[in-house]
Design a binder for this molecule. Structure first.
Ligand SMILES: [Zn+2]
Ligand SMILES: [Zn+2]
Length: 127
């Protein structure tokens, strides 16, 4: 339950299991990373949280707010932003219709890197 509370209060909407683990340690909780993973996986199965698996094996969790959105991911610092674009959504619907197909779900992830070096912890090191 502590983990759900953390996800609700955190300013960051998208957090990795390691992030959650660190936040719990900072809050003085004695918990193992394996337990954090197990609890997050249970929350996911219960539909409380959504898991996003990004390229390179990077996964983040977010509270399931029931609102569809897509993601932009910085491959350097791991920052995740989300967006919802009406045109893109409609376009996908059109494509599905063209292929005589009904969309169950879709995920769109844009990979790149932060342009603002101050906003990106890793940009100065690698670019
Ligand atoms: Zn999201
Ligand atoms: Zn970045």
């Amino acid at each position: 339950m502590k983990i759900l509370e953390l996800l609700e209060k955190s300013g960051q909407r998208h957090v990795s299991a390691e992030d959650v683990y660190k936040m719990l340690l900072e809050a003085g909780e004695e918990i193992g990373l394996a337990t954090v993973y197990r609890v997050l996986t249970q929350f996911e199965a219960a539909g409380l949280v959504e898991r996003n698996n990004f390229e390179g094996g990077y996964s983040v969790f977010e509270l399931n707010r029931g609102q569809h959105h897509d993601h932009i991911v910085c491959v350097l610092c791991g920052k995740v932003a989300e967006f919802y674009d009406e045109t893109i959504e409609k376009r996908q619907q059109k494509i599905a219709e063209k292929y005589d197909f009904e969309i169950g779900d879709h995920s769109l992830t844009i990979y790149g890197h932060c342009l603002n070096a101050d906003a990106c912890a890793k940009r100065n090191e690698k670019v």
